[in-house]
Design a protein around this ligand. Structure first.
Ligand SMILES: Cc1cc2nc3c(=O)[nH]c(=O)nc-3n(C[C@H](O)[C@H](O)[C@H](O)COP(=O)(O)OP(=O)(O)OC[C@H]3O[C@@H](n4cnc5c(N)ncnc54)[C@H](O)[C@@H]3O)c2cc1C
Length: 472
């Protein structure tokens, strides 16, 4: 531990109280390891401030003592952005005690939540006032508003409501010099030059610590319809999406599932069963909602799927008969990664290309990867309508236990090259963190990297905010 770290820990104990400072290695360990358990960091302490003023004091002192801080929410991020460096040279700044919902207003269609509020808590609070925060994802029981904002998270409803960037109306944050940026007014129009709020969204904790966020709400869901459809190819899946979008505005979730992924889920996840009989090459999960109590969204989707069937766009379809069945359909989608892990070693790539190019990309990239690395199984599933899929490469059945370590890098480089050649992004919704930093540096245009570094240097000249993440 450095002198600076010791001084900061002592000052934090005095200022925040002993309970807000954790130094017991066994308590620290789970928070110093990333969610996937692949990256192990180390830190002498976790500091947990409970107010914006406390965060500002800690950051000011950290700057003075030159001690780097790693902001952390639920630690569910997929790019190890919240994992401290392995040499113990930074302290973790946990935002989980800043967990108040400061206000929630149906009239303004806005909620102001502190950074440590868990997504599911916000969902419930919005529901209580007849509203809804329309972003959701598998980690909703533990990920926080600060983490979601800092990674510009997406999820399964982006098709209709966009990523966090479209749902954040303002940000309050402590900047690296300890000053507070207050952007929570919720103004719909504000053209006073550069938007600090927008810079902080997706900054992965490298430009400051987000302490609270103003979030856009929409009317609560009155009814939803969840359907499962079989298609011959990703191309047909996209045809179905376009067919539906031309006829209704109620579709908000559209997830592609290959047969191989469904097989793994049925094999490894207890209590799951295929929604349709027979073998189908590809599947689509469709979710449609309405806020209008008089609209029969189920009947509408059933009619449209019937028409799609008649036109030969889909091979079969079934509408969930009730909420339990709807949840069972979603479980098939949400447990794909878990099933893959149960099957063996898997390399995950969260990538995007233009929506219209995605069907061809999935097919061609899978073929290219399987040809180049014999024995592996490549498949793409997820948010087809956003041009974002999780492109996973599974090891051959009898691969060596160190396959991931030995071959992972080369396979990922191959996939990233394919994505870049297709004009896409090597990180669609998970961020760069530390896992994708080298690839980002290798593949991003020079101008982009230059601008990123210049912004980082301007706002954090001492380099105390989340070092070693995002900016190469
Ligand atoms: C099961 C599962 C499903 C998921 N599904 C999706 C999905 O569909 N779509 C998607 O986009 N993502 C998904 N994710 C990942 C998603 O990015 C994270 O769940 C979430 O955005 C991170 O929130 P967190 O509070 O856990 O942040 P953490 O993991 O703690 O941190 C993530 C990053 O944000 C920074 N950070 C955290 N809090 C702050 C703050 N207050 N101020 C400044 N910086 C901060 C950290 O330093 C780090 O760089 C999934 C994760 C899991 C485990």
């Amino acid at each position: 531990m450095t002198d600076g770290e010791r001084q900061l820990i002592d000052a934090a104990r005095e200022r925040l109280g002993p309970k807000a400072v954790v130094t017991d290695p066994s308590e620290i360990e789970p928070w110093a390891t990333d969610w996937r358990g692949r990256v192990h960091g180390a830190t002498p302490a976790i500091l947990s401030p409970a107010s914006t003023e406390e965060v500002a004091e800690i950051v000011r002192l950290a700057a003075e003592l030159r001690v780097p801080l790693v902001p952390q929410g639920g630690n569910t991020g997929m790019a190890a952005g919240a994992t401290p460096p392995a040499d113990g040279s930074a302290l973790l700044l946990s935002m989980r005690r800043m967990n108040r919902i400061r206000s929630i207003s149906a009239e303004n269609r806005l909620g102001v939540a502190e950074a440590g509020v868990v997504l599911a808590t916000l969902h419930n609070a919005a529901h209580e006032v007849g509203m809804r925060f329309p972003l959701t994802l598998g980690a909703r029981g533990s990920c926080t508003i600060g983490g979601l904002t800092s990674t510009n998270a997406g999820g399964t409803q982006v098709l209709k409501f966009g990523t966090m960037r479209s749902l954040v109306a303002g940000v309050e944050a402590v900047l690296p010099d300890g000053s507070v940026h207050s952007g929570l007014s919720g103004l719909k129009k504000d053209n006073r030059g550069y938007s600090l709020d927008q810079l902080l969204i997706g900054a992965e904790g490298t430009l400051g610590v987000i302490t609270a966020v103003a979030l856009r709400l929409v009317p609560a869901v009155a009814a939803r319809a969840v359907a499962w459809a079989a298609v011959d190819s990703p191309e047909r899946a996209l045809d179905l999406l376009r067919f539906l979008e031309a006829r209704t505005t109620s579709v908000e979730g559209f997830e592609l599932v290959p047969q191989d992924s469904l097989h793994l889920v049925l094999k490894h996840i207890p209590g799951t069963r295929a929604p349709l009989s027979g073998e189908h090459k590809w599947h689509v999960l469709v979710e449609a909602t309405t806020a209008d109590v008089d609209q029969d969204v189920g009947a509408e989707i059933e009619r449209l799927l019937g028409a799609a069937l008649q036109q030969g766009i889909i091979g079969d379809a079934v509408l969930a008969a009730n909420e339990a069945q709807a949840e069972a359909f979603w479980k098939l989608r949400d447990t794909i990664s878990e099933a893959e892990r149960a099957e063996g070693q898997t390399l995950a790539h969260d990538i995007s290309v233009a929506v219209a190019d995605m069907p061809r990309f999935i097919v061609e990239a899978s073929t290219a990867v399987e040809r180049r690395f014999p024995g592996v199984v490549a498949s793409g599933f997820g948010h087809l309508g956003d041009g974002n899929i999780h492109f996973h490469v599974r090891a051959a059945a009898h691969a060596a236990p160190d396959w991931y370590e030995r071959e992972g890098k080369e396979i990922t480089r191959f996939v990233d090259d394919l994505v870049t050649a297709a004009g896409g992004s090597i990180s669609a919704e998970h961020g760069i963190g530390q896992l994708k930093r080298d690839e980002f540096a290798r593949l991003a245009p020079a101008g982009r990297i230059h601008a990123l570094r210049a912004i980082k240097q301007a706002l954090d000249p001492l380099g105390i905010m989340n070092p070693g993440k995002l900016a190469p």
